[in-house]
Design a protein around this ligand. Structure first.
Ligand SMILES: Cc1cc2nc3c(=O)[nH]c(=O)nc-3n(C[C@H](O)[C@H](O)[C@H](O)COP(=O)(O)OP(=O)(O)OC[C@H]3O[C@@H](n4cnc5c(N)ncnc54)[C@H](O)[C@@H]3O)c2cc1C
Length: 388
């Protein structure tokens, strides 16, 4: 049986970040990952799944030893974010230049982040990536957690971390509950080319059915996330490319002109959730295993990476039991508030922009205009979202 300080189930963006941070601080870590790491092929088409990565996450990925690799593969900085309401003239524009920053963040394919983190993990002698592999069972005792893999191998550690996504196996096997709010919505994603240049701007139009975001990519194309009621998303997926392009250009009010090209399309169900609690004796949940939020402000993985940073810091500063409740409660106290507030804020925006009553439309457009005219407040909000 192999012994570690910490075993992480799930080597996605959050689990792999945590593993790299822990291994760099000298802890022995095993990562159990069900799927082979994705390959990145130079000059390939952009992948469907991208994330808007904040400065705080960039700093964490730098510390994890992955950022330079990410830049060497592919990352698209964006300098402006322009948000407006389909039902009025309210508009909010965030500009990196106003903050004295080179960019607001980077749009990066999830597979690129994953690839760079996997390479960093493989290069660290304190980390073992066990892949493809799955846990069949685990047993928590006073001193350790004993993990049995489906191939019969056993590992032990002081702490088992569930970083295994929204349907977390560790969460389920631990009997940890989850509060779920199914939005009945899907995020339709695709990579498209537009008639007009995107100007390194993330464009977001709030429609009554949900926001439509165009995220700028370095080759001039845009990655879209179109939040829609699930049946509308299915309908748009079923359209021919020609009809889809026409519907999409109209949905963005032709801000970037016509859509000249569309690649693959996909849709993902959207739900908000919070595990209660995030921790149990010798068990901790991070990332989507602990919480999911609406993608309208692109914060999901950024919150997960903050979980990873917090847990890694607590472990690095600990001389005691890494799976004891003292450390784990501190982790939960540090992270739950931020995650819940962000989730509620996203839900608030979703509901506010879903209203079609004239009084609500007038009020929110007035609010957007006022907000846009007070740089002090506006810049503070965007600084917080960037993690500055
Ligand atoms: C349409 C859409 C757009 C989004 N856009 C953004 C954005 O712009 N910015 C942002 O910050 N967030 C965004 N998000 C959210 C973001 O994608 C998630 O928050 C993020 O992927 C969570 O990362 P994770 O590592 O916690 O979980 P996951 O990405 O789900 O990774 C979990 C890992 O665990 C592995 N795994 C699962 N089960 C097991 C098992 N039983 N055993 C072993 N391994 C297992 C999986 O193979 C995977 O590698 C978006 C989400 C959606 C749906």
């Amino acid at each position: 049986m192999k012994q570690y300080d910490i075993i992480i189930n799930g080597g996605g963006m959050v689990g792999a970040t945590l593993a790299c941070l822990l291994a760099s601080s000298g802890r022995k870590v095993a990562v159990i990952e069900a799927r082979e790491a994705p390959k990145f092929i130079d000059d390939s088409e952009y992948d469907l799944r991208v994330s808007a990565i904040s400065r705080a996450s960039q700093n964490a990925l730098t510390k994890a030893g992955a950022w330079d690799d990410i830049l060497a593969m592919r990352a698209s900085p964006y300098e402006v974010m322009d948000v407006w309401d389909e039902a009025g003239d309210g508009n909010v524009r965030f500009e990196a230049a106003e903050l004295g920053e080179p960019e607001l963040g980077h749009i990066i394919e999830n597979i690129v982040i994953q690839r760079a983190l996997t390479d960093a993990l493989n290069g660290n002698s304190n980390a073992d990536l066990i892949c493809p592999a799955k846990i069949s069972d685990f047993n928590v005792s006073d001193n350790n957690v004993l993990v049995t893999l489906e191939n019969g191998n056993t590992l032990s550690a002081q702490l088992l971390v569930g970083a295994d996504g929204a349907n977390s196996q560790v969460r389920t096997l631990s009997g940890i509950d989850i509060d779920r709010d199914d939005y009945g919505q899907s995020g339709l994603v695709a990579v498209v080319k537009t008639e007009k240049p995107h100007e390194a701007t993330a464009w977001q139009r709030f429609q009554s059915t949900g926001p439509l975001a165009f995220l700028p990519l370095s080759d001039g194309s845009s990655s879209i996330v179109w939040t829609l009621p699930a049946d509308r998303a299915d309908y748009y997926l079923s359209l021919s490319k020609t009809d889809f392009k026409a519907a999409l250009a109209e949905a963005l009010d032709y801000k970037l002109g016509k859509i000249s090209r569309v690649g693959k399309r996909g849709a993902f169900p959207l739900r908000g959730s919070q595990a209660t609690p995030y921790v149990k004796e010798r068990i901790a949940l991070v990332g989507d295993a602990a919480h999911t939020i609406h993608p309208l402000a692109g914060q999901g993985v950024n919150l997960g990476i903050k979980d990873a940073v917090e847990l890694a810091d607590l472990v690095a500063n600990s001389t005691g039991d890494l799976g004891g409740m003292k450390l784990l409660r501190r982790y939960e106290r540090a992270r739950r508030g931020d995650n819940v507030i962000t989730m509620r804020a996203m839900e608030g925006f979703r509901l506010l922009f879903g209203h079609s009553a004239t009084s609500v439309i007038s009020a929110r457009n007035f609010g957007m205009k006022m907000f846009n005219q007070i740089p002090l407040v506006k810049n503070e909000v965007i600084r917080k979202a960037m993690g500055l």
